[in-house]
Design a protein around this ligand. Structure first.
Ligand SMILES: Nc1ncnc2c1ncn2[C@@H]1O[C@H](COP(=O)(O)OP(=O)(O)OP(=O)(O)O)[C@@H](O)[C@H]1O
Ligand SMILES: [Mg+2]
Length: 249
């Protein structure tokens, strides 16, 4: 049985010819898992997601989904491959209502658009309440939930999200990350870039740490959550496992 849905192998990519930002990056996203990518500013996290989405040119290496080679797909081909991408910002149309935003993306699969719209509103009650409001009137967290609902409109098997919690309160962050995690129960696999390392590691299954455009460390999220090095670098030096606190300080 195939358990990995997305495989990135030795990816080299960048914005300018002969100036690679990503150097030999490897990553495997397992089926129905949530995998988080963390790393310092400028590490290449967004570039990695954009390279998979066909937005940043790939020089070498490969991206496969199951048996399909999707290296260098055009961004508009993502839907056809069951891939969706939620950028960090500008991911909704502020001047359209919630319903209009959803209808816009549902136009790509008109067959059962009405049923899909009802299904999405059902799945995200907060959007039902505000269905006729302009998306620009939503709170930050509600906007991210709308962006996720829009990404789900065409039944993707993979959603890539770039810092969905940027600028959100801790409570809204928790809600958005939990919504993302819940999608894995419906069979969706999530590749998430996140700055809220502690919260993300608590919910994610796997974690990859990138720095300077290349892999540093990867493993089970639960293991990295308790890793003193990761704690030191990414969680302000706070050790999360109280039983080990005495031994390590
Ligand atoms: N449009 C662009 N053109 C040229 N270089 C870019 C562009 N976008 C990003 N870069 C460069 O690519 C490198 C990686 O940037 P990237 O946005 O992938 O980092 P990141 O890990 O997502 O950081 P952050 O945590 O700040 O979002 C940086 O050195 C950045 O300056
Ligand atoms: Mg980024």
């Amino acid at each position: 049985m195939m358990t990995d849905v997305l495989k990135i192998e030795n990816l080299v990519a960048g914005y300018v010819k002969d100036l690679p930002i990503l150097k030999d990056v490897c990553l495997t996203l397992e089926k129905q898992s949530m995998t988080v990518i963390i790393g310092p500013n400028g590490a290449g996290k967004s570039t990695l997601i954009k390279a998979v989405a066909g937005i940043v040119p790939v020089t070498s290496g490969s991206v496969t989904m199951g048996e399909q080679d999707i290296t260098r797909i055009q961004p508009h081909q993502m839907g056809r491959h069951g891939l969706a991408y939620v950028p960090q910002s500008d991911n909704i149309f502020k001047n359209l209502t919630i319903i209009e935003n959803l209808q816009l993306v549902l136009r790509q699969s008109p067959d059962n658009a009405k049923a899909r719209l009802a299904g999405l509103l059902d799945q995200f009650p907060v959007l039902t309440e505000k269905r006729n409001a302009k998306a620009g009137s939503l709170s930050g967290g509600q906007r991210q939930i709308l962006a996720v609902a829009m990404a789900l409109a065409n039944n993707p098997s993979i959603i890539m999200m770039d810092e969905p919690s940027a600028g959100l309160s801790p409570k809204a962050t928790e809600e958005v990350l939990q919504q993302a995690k819940d999608l894995t129960k419906d069979g969706v696999s999530i590749l998430l870039v996140e700055q809220n390392v502690k919260q993300a590691l608590k919910l994610a299954d796997h974690c990859y740490i990138l720095a300077e455009g290349t892999n540093q460390l990867n493993g089970k999220a639960a293991d990295l959550l308790n890793d003193p090095v990761v704690g030191e670098i990414y969680m302000g030096g706070k050790r999360l496992n109280p039983t080990k606190q005495g031994e390590m300080s």
